[in-house]
Ligand binder design. Structure first.
Ligand SMILES: Nc1ncnc2c1ncn2[C@@H]1O[C@H](COP(=O)(O)OP(=O)(O)OP(=O)(O)O)[C@@H](O)[C@H]1O
Length: 791
């Protein structure tokens, strides 16, 4: 037969064994691309050929293998494919060529005496117990159906694949050995050698592979031992587990039918082993185990207040939610479905930790499912069992982990679900969240209805605009905005520092972080909306402290007897610079604002952008092509990865300037070619909120007057020059403040949003609210601008 070739230079795949091969070489990538990717690969056969590094030649015996799965890991810089394959049989390579070679399957020969077999099983049993628990489980699972049927040839292959230390050359030799008795001798020898340095665990007097052996089992084992095996029959154990799982009646019937099928097959065969794994999963699911809700609103309030600083609105909404739940609870254990909360905001503002606090105050288990980047419906709903390597979906896996049927499940990053080629995960999620349907949720793998109606789902998102409409409809959005510097200082002092000290085992008395040190840490080493980076920097200081203390103690247990270290270690500005290196960001002022202070030219203006990671200062630049400034066609070139809505805003800005040029005494853009650019071209920008900034930039260009470089603005404009409200005001103000901007122009209609900002920030800023573009230009142009008199 002719098979595509996978060429490897280390590790040997023996029949029945499974390996994962990362695909790196050019040849293997070409083979993957041509024969495997974008095809249905299940059960595809390939030839694994081996090349010896020393002789640089391909070995004439290979392994025919079956592909079980292809996995792909993608990062921003590379993509790594990995093939999961299982060995099928030995093969003689008749005609080696790439990418396809001609091979002939070869079969094992020779009989093994009963004595030898007994010796083999005894030594394999010891060998199994010398492995770590995980390997030992894998080995016994692999051998489960072989020993009872006396597949000695397969047994030795599987065991040999657990002996990689034997070396590549020896394993290749083993692969080439068709005579089974010779292979048995080799395995006995290798196992015995391995056992010299890895003694077996003492306990467990069971069969070599941890399962009962039918029809008398392995000859030579005593009666007592056989009885013990019988009492440990895994099928009986499984049956008992299924009984104890308290399955609903309709489910029970189907499950026990499957169990009988396994029983009647005697427990062997690949299909049976898949069915057994399935039944184990069924038995592990918490069909009827629930925790009792313990809703004490007072306690919940204390817990939330203790664990979370500020965020009063969020806490209020969460407590209301819990109060409503408790009123709906009629004591029957069934609570009517309520709204599904979705915390939306930049990273590190406490979305996950508030969700955890909800679970904790209800006394429920907490599980998190990360949805980021899921493209496949099967991730949510599982694979059908007919697929090789089928698995249940993430929902049921989370339920199994929680061991209860009513946990709080956090659906993290619902905004990052994408529809791929294999169905829409967001539609599957919709079904999960629908109280009409989730009482009988069907996972493809489980293929039995499972009741998810008592689960509390909470979602998180960074960017609401990317959530599918119908899914968003189901969610009750609670916005969580970024923190100001004073808020961060308080969160750090009361929460992050104590928890990091505890995590790193540093006694609070040994370390001191004075106010100016903490302030330096926040403003000089982090630029973020949440407190993630800050927590990381504090962790670095804790590790530094732990190391200094450990070194000074040098074996003594008495911290007071540390001659080389004066305690507490004080992390002031200097010390922090010393430990973490020079500050990455200039204190309080962004690099951009500093750099541009003296370099502002007509046509430049600071806008404000909302991003999923918090508010950002955004430079807008416009230039007129001077050589053809007055004989152009009024064309506008736009660059900087702009979305459609932003491009339309440039059009609106241009029309307004043209319509008002005469009144304002400036040139119009009718015969000027202009280029508008928004730097940081790699980041996509969209939305109407840059309207005011664009008009200002174009006005500055045609009037050749400077815009104030100490001011940033946001606001949508209408064609007639009205300034319309925009979203993300708090994030934008905080972003500007972080960047060192003190003067901000906002739409009048956003006054209430701006007022919600805490006083300490507001007092540090000059906020101006504007109604129309004339007001905008008056406030944005530098005071010396001659055109101002016309406004
Ligand atoms: N207001 C706060 N009070 C106390 N701790 C806070 C507060 N906000 C955030 N934290 C802490 O900051 C850390 C990061 O928060 P968390 O992981 O919940 O963020 P997140 O918003 O879920 O971020 P992501 O979206 O990246 O998952 C946690 O240790 C959390 O306890």
């Amino acid at each position: 037969m002719e098979l595509p070739v996978l060429l490897i230079t280390q590790g040997v795949l023996l029949p029945e064994a499974k390996i994962k091969v990362p695909i790196r070489s050019k040849n293997n990538l070409a083979m993957l691309d041509r024969f495997i990717l974008n095809r249905s690969v299940a059960k595809t056969l390939i030839l694994v050929a081996y090349r010896t590094e020393t002789e640089k030649k391909v070995y004439d015996i290979g392994t025919i293998a079956m592909i079980e799965q292809v996995t792909c890991f993608t990062s921003s810089t590379y993509t790594q494919y990995t093939l999961h394959i299982v060995g099928v049989s030995r093969a003689k390579i008749i005609d080696y060529a790439l990418p396809v070679s001609r091979v002939k399957q070869i079969y094992s020969t020779g009989d093994v005496s009963e004595e030898k077999e007994k010796e083999l099983y005894a030594v394999v049993s010891e060998f199994e117990r010398s492995l770590n628990r995980e390997e030992s489980m894998t080995l016994s699972n692999a051998l489960r159906h072989m020993i009872p049927e006396r597949h000695v040839d397969e047994v030795v292959d599987v065991v040999a694949s657990f002996l990689p230390r034997v070396g590549y050359e020896k394993q290749l030799e083993f692969l080439a050995t068709v005579d089974v008795p010779t292979r048995v001798d080799a395995v006995i020898e290798w196992c015995t050698k391995h056992l010299e340095s890895h003694p077996p665990r003492p306990t467990r007097a069971v069969s070599p592979v941890g399962i009962a052996l039918p029809g008398g089992g392995v000859k030579g084992l005593g009666k007592g031992m056989r009885r013990q095996q019988e009492s440990q029959n895994p099928l009986e154990k499984l049956a008992a587990k299924l009984e104890a799982a308290n399955l609903p009646e309709d489910v029970k019937e189907r499950v026990f039918e499957d169990l009988n099928r396994v029983k009647s097959s005697g427990g062997h065969g690949q299909e049976t082993s898949m069915l057994t794994t399935y039944l184990e999963f069924v038995a592990d699911l918490p069909w009827s185990t629930m925790t009792n809700d313990d809703v004490d609103i007072k306690k919940a309030r204390v817990l939330l207040d203790d664990s979370h600083e500020g965020m009063e609105n969020v806490k209020k909404r969460v407590l209301e939610y819990m109060a409503v739940r408790s009123l709906r609870d009629d004591g029957s254990g069934k609570v009517m479905a309520g709204p599904i909360l979705c915390f939306s905001g930049p990273p590190g503002v406490g979305k996950t930790s508030v969700a955890k606090a909800i679970a904790q105050s209800l006394g429920r288990k907490f599980e998190r499912i990360s949805l980021g980047g899921i493209r496949d419906e099967a991730d949510i709903r599982g694979h059908r069992r007919t697929y090789i390597g089928a698995m249940p979906g993430r929902l049921l896996q989370a339920i199994r982990r929680s061991k209860t049927r009513n946990p709080v499940i956090l659906l993290d990053e619902v905004d990052k679900l994408f529809a791929g080629v294999h169905g829409s995960p967001s539609a599957a999620l919709l079904e999960v969240l629908d109280p009409e349907q989730n009482g009988a949720f069907m996972d493809h793998y489980l293929n039995l209805p499972f009741d998810l109606s008592q689960v509390i789902f909470i979602a998180t998102a960074n960017d609401l605009s990317t959530i599918d409409g119908p899914l968003k409809d189901r969610l009750e959005i609670i916005e969580m905005s970024g923190y100001s510097t004073p808020e961060k200082l308080r969160i750090a002092e009361r929460h992050v520092i104590p928890s990091q000290l505890e995590t790193h085992g540093v006694c609070p008395d040994y370390i001191r972080l004075p106010d100016d040190g903490l302030q330096h840490l926040v403003t000089g080493y982090t630029r973020e909306a949440g407190v993630r980076q800050l927590a990381r920097q504090i962790a670095s200081l804790c590790r530094h402290a732990a190391l200094s203390i450990a070194e000074a103690m040098n074996g003594t247990k008495d911290a007071d007897a540390m001659p080389d270290l004066s305690l507490p270690i004080v992390y002031d500005r200097e010390k922090i610079d010393d430990v973490l290196g020079p500050a990455t960001f200039g204190d309080r002022s962004s690099d951009m604002v500093e750099r541009l202070k003296s370099g502002f030219r007509p046509g430049m203006v600071f806008g404000l952008a909302w991003t999923p990671y918090g508010g950002e200062l955004m430079l807008i630049e416009g230039v007129a092509a001077t050589t053809m400034s007055d004989n152009g066609k009024g064309k506008i070139v736009m660059t900087g990865k702009l979305g459609d809505v932003l491009k339309e805003s440039v059009g609106v800005a241009r029309s307004w300037i043209n319509a008002n040029a005469e009144r304002l005494g400036v040139d119009s853009l009718l015969n000027k070619d202009v280029h508008v650019h928004l730097p940081a071209g790699a980041v996509g920008k969209d939305g109407p909120s840059a309207g005011c900034a664009l008009v200002t930039a174009l006005f500055s260009l045609v009037s050749r007057q400077l815009v104030r470089s100490d001011t940033a603005l946001t606001g949508e404009v209408s064609l007639t020059g009205l300034v319309l409200p925009v979203g993300g005001i708090k994030e934008k103000i905080l972003g500007a403040h972080r960047a060192g901007i003190k003067r901000i122009l906002l739409p009048e209609a956003n006054r209430a949003d701006a007022n919600a900002i805490e006083e300490s920030i507001k007092s540090d800023l000059e906020l101006h609210f504007v109604r129309d573009l004339d007001e905008v230009l008056l406030k944005m142009m530098t005071p010396s601008s001659f055109v101002l008199s016309k406004l």
